[in-house]
Design a protein around this ligand. Structure first.
Ligand SMILES: Cc1ncc(COP(=O)(O)O)c(C=O)c1O
Length: 910
């Protein structure tokens, strides 16, 4: 139980301080106890323990009894016994062995040997081990009764239960809120009416949070209010209300929607216990995977294709048995091309895949989900094909993944490219400012072509971590065109659903918030008030400056999100999901079927499908803690690089203030490492700022250490077995995810120290070495080519285009390349290029040219090539350029072919 602390406010507001931070506190306590037992003073131990008590009550372990025992040992002045018990508790907290070992809950002597719990779980048997979670119980009962209440809850356990849980008791709204934020192991919350509002702790941070404002409500209102707040922070948790009054009235209150069930307080506790287990079971259930496991156990004879199924051709072979031994027999038993016999068809799901997709929709806040087994490359193409027809205009980030550009080619849609803000010094782009998107829509309107604009297609977050204000983008665009469709490519951001900080800035999080706003009766008057302020004919500048509200009566909310489940969750490579929240989905359902039939393999891999489902299960049950861990690891890396005297001489990681220009950080938030940053500042930034930085995406500048990105990436991989993500001319992108541990951080930091040391030593060799190094750094950091903007499509591909906008018929441009006689090649350094740039005729690209890095198409089919683009290409020092063969040269559409080209796309009726 949280004890009243000293008058000093307790700092529980290190917003991303997760399980690692708590482990550190315990380890620090052990060190202080040992120092005391080695002749030091007791004071520091007491102070640290007192400080920890502010939050330890929010976890089941070590719990009241063990903490009391620890305090007693300290009060009895027995330093040795105190240190022993602190070690015992700390070991259990760190290895989480208290989940299985009853002995860990007792204050007995520690076992100093290597416990089996320290070994990886695969080395021990998981049989008979029941998954463990904790249940938060918010109660008005006096703290003196809590021990008895805990015992009562524990007595409900039965050997039949599929899971095991421990109760965590708190006595106030504020404590309940903190426990929900801090304890990643919670699986359910039981709210008894009659608890207090204020914590006995001095927690000033809480008093600044809107969610935790005291509204002086009666006990029933307060209970429902708490339920709503918890649901907003952690929607995956099951909430139960124990009401003392008229349960029928409470259950019928719309505010009770957040609750899974309402119980009459005096009724049997066993019912509640069963409901809690059933609620967790509903998230644990994986219908497809369960059936696949059963299928693999059956003695099935296959007369299908797929000889690898059952593994007989492998295990009987002298030549390929090693593959069977490597993967193990289960993989082959679970391989099947069947869609019956307990399995289902991904292309036309009616059974357990359908159910699995519905469960994923629940988990990710969508109306429906399509599982995709060919990566988000395919999910994007499916969405673009299903939602756009030839001639439709889509506003697209030119810097987006190539699947969108190819999707436009396939659909015959006309991309209207918008540019992200450049970060020229690091050779990368940011994200597309809302003003640019609104301007594109207003230009279409001025040209009388707004009806042709069907979609806004953006990447959230970007490869480098720029997160959009998804709600604001959608609301403001819907204010200009109320039926626009949004496709958010969240390839890297699927995990974000499970953090209350990131969730509102995901496509689905924002769509759910907009939906709630649309249903709020106050929205129409808010809209009308703004209309009156804007006047009858507002200028474009007025509309660009205003934070536009859409007309709630006209809006059709149509939001799509794709994510690479494999990039941030526990799915096998290529596992991806397409999420839908579209009020008009019924009008495009048939088109989606066609898109699935077009793109999905007719032999989807069973293991991939199962892994998508299992990834969903994991995120619903432990995603909150895992995401916190990924963020915590990222912050640890950021902090270590910034603070290490040697590393920081040569390397730095770009903070929020460097990645997002001040103009887009309206809240004034700077960076996560800023000592002023806490829950409140981060919340404000996530609510208000046009762009935020995903802290897990770390741009490590290596140009200042004399390495270009590709060189540094190769060195880390070859010398140190560290694999990392993308590179730019002078940086590499590091990414933390749910799989990283503190040891990974330690390894990376060691390596950076070693490399920094080597540089130091080299530079000490003499002035000439220093001079060469400085020149190299200068070249990498300042000699950076300007990033070329999209120019325009050639007139041959703009037959039906507007005057003010740059859209074009990319498909005709693309197919021009199929006519060999109509194309020519000119080498990049041929003076003919310079002559044509000066005198014409135009150089028109016949294909996509995509250098890696930076990874965006500097030319698309049908695009007129400008001096800027040629200069950029000539300065590029990367080897991998898709769509360009240096020996042949640039592939261009011949001027004669352009003249002949009709280029007119099939125009769609308005
Ligand atoms: C923004 C973006 N979208 C889509 C994709 C493609 O995803 P996948 O690799 O799952 O096909 C990527 C791949 O890197 C990406 O960066």
């Amino acid at each position: 139980m949280p004890q009243p602390s000293s008058s000093h406010p307790v700092q529980i507001d290190r917003f991303f301080s997760g399980p690692g931070g708590r482990g550190d506190q315990w380890q620090n306590l052990v060190e202080l106890a040992e120092a005391w037992s080695n002749g030091g003073s007791r004071e520091q131990f007491d102070a640290a323990l007192r400080k920890m008590m502010a939050t330890e009550g929010f976890y089941a372990y070590p719990g009241h009894e063990l903490i009391s025992a620890l305090k007693q040992e300290a009060e009895g002045n027995d330093a040795q016994a105190t240190a022993r018990l602190a070690r015992h508790i700390t070991r259990s907290v760190l290895t989480r062995s208290y989940r299985r070992n009853v002995g860990d809950w007792e204050a007995h002597e520690e076992d100093e040997g290597v416990a089996s719990d320290v070994l990886p779980p695969t080395l021990g048997s998981s049989e008979g081990r029941r998954p463990y979670f904790e249940v938060l119980i918010v109660t008005g009962a006096p703290a003196a009764r809590w021990a008895a209440l805990r015992a009562e809850w524990r007595r409900l356990r039965r050997p039949l239960d599929a899971f095991i849980y421990e109760p965590v008791l708190v006595g106030s709204f504020e404590d309940a809120f903190c426990a929900t934020m801090l304890n990643p192991d919670l699986g359910a919350v039981v709210i008894h009416e009659g608890f207090a509002f204020k914590s006995q702790q001095n927690l000033p941070i809480l008093r600044m949070l809107e969610e935790a404002k005291d509204r002086r409500e009666d006990s029933q209102e307060l209970a429902l209010h708490l339920a709503q707040v918890i649901k907003r922070v952690r929607p995956e948790l099951d909430l139960y209300l124990l009401s003392n009054g008229r349960v029928e009235d409470t259950a019928g209150d719309p505010k009770a929607d957040a609750l899974r069930r309402v119980f009459y307080a005096v009724e049997e506790l066993l019912e509640l216990h069963l409901a809690i287990l059933e609620g967790v079971q509903a998230r644990y259930d994986t219908p497809f995977f369960n059936n696949l496991k059963q299928y693999a156990q059956r003695p099935i004879g296959t007369f299908h294709a797929l000889p690898i199924a059952r593994g007989k051709s492998i295990f009987k072979s002298d030549w390929i048995r090693d593959m069977g031994e490597f993967y193990g027999p289960t993989l082959f038993l679970a391989e099947s091309s069947a869609t019956t016999g307990g399995l289902d068809s991904l292309l036309e799901p009616t059974g357990n895949i359908k159910k699995a997709q519905e469960m994923a929709a629940r988990a990710f806040g969508a109306d429906r989900v399509f599982f995709v087994t060919n990566g988000t490359s395919t999910s994007n193409k499916m969405a673009v094909q299903a939602l756009l027809a030839p001639g439709d205009i889509a506003i697209v980030d030119r810097n987006c993944h190539k699947s969108h550009h190819y999707g436009m080619v396939l659909a015959g849609a006309q991309p209207l490219y918008v540019e992200a803000f450049p970060m020229t010094e690091y050779s990368m782009y940011g994200a597309v400012p809302l003003r640019t998107i609104k301007q594109a829509l207003l230009n279409l309107k001025a040209d009388g072509r707004l009806h042709r604009a069907k979609m806004v297609d953006l990447t959230n977050c970007t490869f480098d971590g720029h997160i959009y204000n998804t709600r604001r983008v959608m609301e403001e665009c819907l204010a200009i065109k109320p039926d626009l469709i949004f496709l958010w490519d969240e390839a890297w951001f699927g995990f974000a659903r499970f953090s209350p900080f990131f969730r509102p800035r995901t496509a689905m999080g924002a769509a759910n918030d907009i939906e709630a706003w649309l249903q709020d009766p106050k929205s129409v008057s808010e809209y009308e008030k703004q209309q009156a302020e804007l006047g009858a004919n507002p200028t474009d500048e007025t509309l660009l400056k205003a934070r536009l509200l859409p007309d709630p009566r006209k809006v059709k909310l149509r939001v799509y999100q794709t994510h690479s489940t494999h990039k941030s969750m526990s799915a096998l490579r290529q596992g991806s999901m397409l999420l839908v929240k579209d009020v008009d989905f019924h009008t495009v359902e048939a088109q989606f079927k066609e898109a699935v039939f077009t793109h999905a393999s007719t032999s989807p891999n069973q293991q991939l499908i199962a892994s998508l489902e299992v990834a969903r299960r994991q995120m619903e049950l432990e995603g909150y803690g895992l995401v916190h861990n990924a963020v915590e690891v990222a912050l640890a890396i950021r902090e270590a690089v910034a603070q290490h005297p040697l590393i920081s001489k040569y390397f730095h990681i770009l903070g929020g203030d460097k990645m997002v220009p001040a103009a887009y950080r309206q809240s004034g938030f700077t960076d996560y490492l800023d000592p002023k940053s806490n829950w409140v500042a981060a919340r404000r930034s996530f609510q208000e700022d046009e762009f935020c930085l995903d802290p897990t995406r770390m741009t490590l500048v290596c140009g200042t250490a004399g390495f270009d990105g590709t060189q540094f990436k190769g060195m880390l991989a070859n010398r140190y077995n560290i694999q990392l993500n993308k590179t730019s001319r002078n940086s590499v992108l590091l990414q933390s995810n749910i799989n990283n541990t503190r040891s990974d951080v330690a390894h990376l930091i060691r390596v950076l120290v070693e490399i920094s040391n080597e540089i130091d030593q080299r530079l000490a060799e003499g002035a000439n070495v220093r001079k060469t190094f400085d020149e190299r750094v200068k070249s990498l950091m300042t000699d950076v080519p300007d990033l070329p903007n999209f120019s325009h499509f050639h007139d041959a591909y703009r037959k039906d285009a507007g005057k003010r906008t740059n859209e074009g018929d990319i498909r005709s441009g693309f197919y021009a390349a199929y006519d060999a006689a109509g194309c020519e090649y000119i080498r990049l350094n041929d003076p003919e290029i310079d002559r044509r740039l000066k005198e014409g005729p135009d150089l028109v690209s016949a294909n996509f040219v995509i250098p890696y890095p930076p990874g965006f198409p500097i030319m698309v089919p049908g695009q007129v090539i400008t001096r800027e683009t040629i200069d950029f290409m000539r300065k590029l020092d990367v080897k991998e350029i898709h769509g360009y063969d240096a020996a042949e040269g640039l592939k261009l559409v011949r001027p004669e072919a352009l003249a002949k080209s009709t280029g007119a796309p099939t125009k769609r009726a308005a």
